[in-house]
Write a protein that binds this ligand. Sequence first.
Ligand code: S3P
Length: 426
Amino acid sequence: MKNIISRSKVFSGKPIIPGDKSISHRGLILGALASGTSEVIDILEGEDVQSTAHCLRELGVEINSIGNKTFIKGIGDKGFKNPNKILDCGNSGTTMRVMMGVLAGRPVTATLTGDSSLVKRPMKRVSEPLLLMGANFKLTNENYAPLIVTGGIIYGIDYHLKIASAQIKTAIIMAAISAEGSTRIHGEIGSRDHTEKLLPHFGIDIKTTDKEIIISGGQSLKANTVKVPGDPSTAAFWIGAASIIPGATIDLDNISLNPTRIGFMNVLKRMGADIQMDILTTHPEPVGSIHVSFRGLVGTTISKDEIPSLIDEIPLIAVLATQATGITIIRGAEELRVKESDRLEAVATNLRAMGCEIEVFEDGFKIEGPQKLTGCEIQTFHDHRIAMAFSIAGLVADKETTIQNSECVAVSYPNFYETLAQLTKE
Ligand code: S3P
């Protein structure tokens, strides 16, 4: 599928933002492990979350949806069934990595694989701490899927996390719950903290400070209800568009304003954007509304410690930086090279194709704006965030921008193009 985007003179509205991807995955997984039936309200209907549901069903978990409610009959003490099929995690890194942790300490054998992008992404970063806990993994070329996990008795560890990744952190936490003894995680633990926030809701005792996470093993989860707020990483595309299209305004309700997720909004404010965020509820996650009105942007420097809170928004920041006055520099973002695509390379290829200058580093980039964007054929590399970021670029470009393989947006935002059409209607 291709989508053609033209320069837009208008951008306004109040789109409904689909459910948060990270919380949706976790709601399903925690519900699957709990005793009793859990309910996830407003779950994201994207392909990534369906990959998690598919894996859990293969493991014997009953999942049914009625309207905006998803019911999960958890396994409780019963345990998973050995799957008859290979567990296909599709394009979803979160599914594969978190499931590795879930399965490590449970008596089941499973093979996990994924699409052509996922089988190229590193998995040793997850198997390594789990192996230290006593788990049993066999990875392709010691780092990749397809991989086989044979779960069994595992033990708590004291682990220094070297990469600020919520997927790795969550995998260790999920394994720790079923381990013997307690687990302590320290080091780079400042990534998104949805797992830590949701687990107490399911009856799990987990202690978190800004220095460490401590979980005692042998705990059981009890069913509960999770209401999924709108995904701030999805909302980011409309917030970004409203910040670069003169006269634009956008209103968003029911968005997760978890501090570990709003780095993008904070950086954009620093760049001069007119963004107002109001928290309406705080439990179990801060949720609220966002209002954005167009105001010109200036360049900024984004430091390494800010990266985890805006990791998925960096391709969009690159696009916005071309419209800002002055220099924008991002360093410490080497993780972008191992996302659904090499996002630093994908950003550079497409911005250059649009006529922009960008200096690319191993761990980031430098862009001096403002620069004129000229519409062209955009290669998405089948990466949803590249497709959406360059669709926003198309709204401020001369000539038409063609987004190739635009169907990849369905991973996190199936209605992206319908919503884009509504917001740009004159
Ligand atoms: C996610 C964590 C992030 C993020 C991904 C979702 C999660 O990955 O990029 O889209 O739900 O835990 P890392 O934890 O690998 O940075």
